[in-house]
Design a protein around this ligand. Structure first.
Ligand code: T46
Length: 134
């Protein structure tokens, strides 16, 4: 699967923990946008789309959630449950987020401003788009 796990620096002492990340250093692109998903209803699924060009890193900064990844050939489920760990998408990947723990917060670092035309929100269209790219 075209993903990479990134481990961010942690500074920890008896008073608590701090994690930081710097664009082009800990995250391999310039960050133009940050957004976060929270207050997710019990049992809800989000996502069900792919991005054509957007570069992203997902970080579950509180609680946990699972991400179903599908590159058209294989499927994999990754659990995110560490505030110091990022999931980088490195290819065209269909994704669905589910199993959010109560209070979970999924933070996303993105390389571009919001652009709906970058989304593929239909699975058949995703497969066709993949074929066109091969
Ligand atoms: C992703 C996952 C993890 C905006 O207006 N601006 C924005 O920057 C974003 C991200 C969304 N929106 C609008 C578009 C929809 O009307 O907010 C609404 C909810 O977005 P969406 O249904 O795409 O939410 P998710 O949770 O399915 O997906 C979002 C991101 O869109 C996506 O890039 O990777 O979070």
């Amino acid at each position: 699967m075209e993903i990479e796990k990134i481990t961010f620096p942690v500074r920890q002492n008896e008073t608590g923990s701090l994690t930081f990340l710097e664009a082009q250093r800990d995250v391999p692109f310039d960050i133009k946008r940050i957004y976060y998903i929270y207050d997710v209803a019990s049992g809800a699924r989000r996502g069900a789309h792919a991005h054509k060009a957007l570069r992203q890193v997902y970080i579950c900064i509180h609680g946990s959630c699972k991400v179903l990844l599908d590159n058209g050939k294989e499927r994999e489920i990754v659990e995110l449950n560490n505030p110091w760990e990022g999931l980088e998408f490195k290819g065209l990947i269909w994704r669905e987020m589910f199993d959010f723990s109560p209070g979970a917060v999924l933070l996303v670092l993105a390389s571009e401003y919001y652009d709906e035309s970058d989304y593929i929100r239909d699975y058949q269209e995703f497969l066709s788009y993949l074929e066109g790219k091969v």
